[in-house]
Design a protein around this ligand. Sequence first.
Ligand code: F6R
Length: 605
Amino acid sequence: MCGIIGIASNKPVSINIINSLKKLEYRGYDSAGLATLINNFINEKKCSGRVDELEKILFKSPSDGNIGIGHVRWATHGVPNVVNAHPHSSKNVSVVHNGIIENSDELKKELELKGIKFKSQTDTEVITLLITEALKNSEPLVAVFSILKKLKGSFALGIIFKDFPDIIIGARRGSPLAVGFSNNENYLGSDSYALKSMTNKISYLDDGELCILTENSVSFYDSNLKKINKKIHIVSKDENISDKGDYKNFMSKEIFEQPITAKKCVNEYIDSIKKDINIYNFPLEPKKIKKIILIGCGTAYHSCLVAKYWFEELTKIDIEIDIASEFRYRNIKFNSNNLYIFVSQSGETADTAAALDICKKNNVKTCAVVNTIESTIARNSDWVLPIHAGPEIGVASTKAFIGQLIVLYILSLKFSSMREEIDKKIYYQKIKNLEKLPNSIKNTLLLEPDLQLMAKEFLDARGSMFLGRGCSFPIALEGALKLKELSYLHAEGYPAGEMKHGPLALIEEGLPVIVIAPKDKYFEKTLSNMQEVIARGGKIFFFTDNKKELISENIRFGLRITNIDNFLSPILMTIPLQLLAYHVALLKNCDIDKPRNLAKSVTVE
Ligand code: F6R
């Protein structure tokens, strides 16, 4: 993952580098660092931990310099400590890197044979030392260009040079890199978001391209080192997102923002006067779509899983879902009558972006369901359906998941109507129900005190299970994912019907088992599966919309979620699961917004 920044200016840059690094912390928060050039000397400051630490170091010992690079790290090669933190500098060159150099061991051996010594365990130091060697015979751009050919893997690079104090060189392959333009100041950044407080004029490097920045010029080069022009995009203004208001953390703020997220999303896609769905400009005529393939990672993959049930119930289209890291290496048979939908909050997830690239190479139609409309995945797709959730800061995805579900549900309804596969009356009723969703989410959030109570029951647990059938199965997966990533408690999500095929062996006296059972066609079956768990001592937390079944001596806790439409129950059932994970993590004193070992945007494979 990691985030990089570079600034070439006519005034000192370290404060702006720190501010941009704070915005990039969603990409990694193991360690941070910056390097500026002062009197032909590379001045490096690094720390393990967060950007706040780096800021303290800088406060005690300020770093001048009108040119500089900065980095936040999510460790791949080497433990997160000061030595492995970026930038990686030699006497002549300093490098920040996002990505992974897959042949770094091989290159390291070659350099070591020449007597060159390494300080860190990182793959990035190889780049620094290769450039340092190449600079003996060439000027910076040619030196960088010549060594890039030796690198296997992915990179976005920012490089400064002791003897060329006016320039920053940027290069990309695989990992995104944006360039920002301003007066007497130009920028490099992992994304436009990091640059937005300084400029709204952005260009994006494509794979294989390089750039040279000075305080008042930017030059771009293609993969043959031929000078090129790049389009300048005007991006939206910076949103002030640093304010948590009265909330303890961003995650709770984002959970409680979900009625607004839902309202924005519904308002965006439903014409409140015509009471119809206003999605147009389809890349493929809906009646001609043979198959839809939904692709994502993590929570976004779970929304694809839920959508599969919706599309299958509402349309006759064949549906396939895939995890992006699997899709990109499968031997896929592409078909121009298929629609490939990519779901991603950040729009920068490396596996999802790579899967999209493969589709593009095979000339099939693609659609992005994203939160960040300026992202790589959005820019590279034929069709973009934004989810309008606003910036999501907490690493664990909450409101973006709800936004993804709403957009995918609306799309499935629209397709079913355009293909004349749904009764018109039912279609319009479903739209009415959707309009009630924001308020239902609001009411579901009122259940928080019950979930606070339930959370206590998880404190001494050795693990937990989440069960559901149909649409509730992916919600069980999502509930388990939220609990494990936030509270570090082992949690498994299963289709309830699978229990007797193995996982039942895990049930022991007092093991918390969350059963998600809306009153749908699976309800009775789920109850039977629950009885099998009860018979083996599982402690049941029963989430339903059916009041009658709540009272049973074998159910430790029952929670009733008022439902408005069976198709919307996965959305409403998600809310208490988010709150449960949140409160378990809070009781365990976990770092809720930045869980250990994770990052908000997974920009490496
Ligand atoms: C979990 C979570 C992750 C992301 C996944 C994909 O709470 O946030 O599982 O959903 O890394 O990220 P995006 O949606 O940005 O592609």
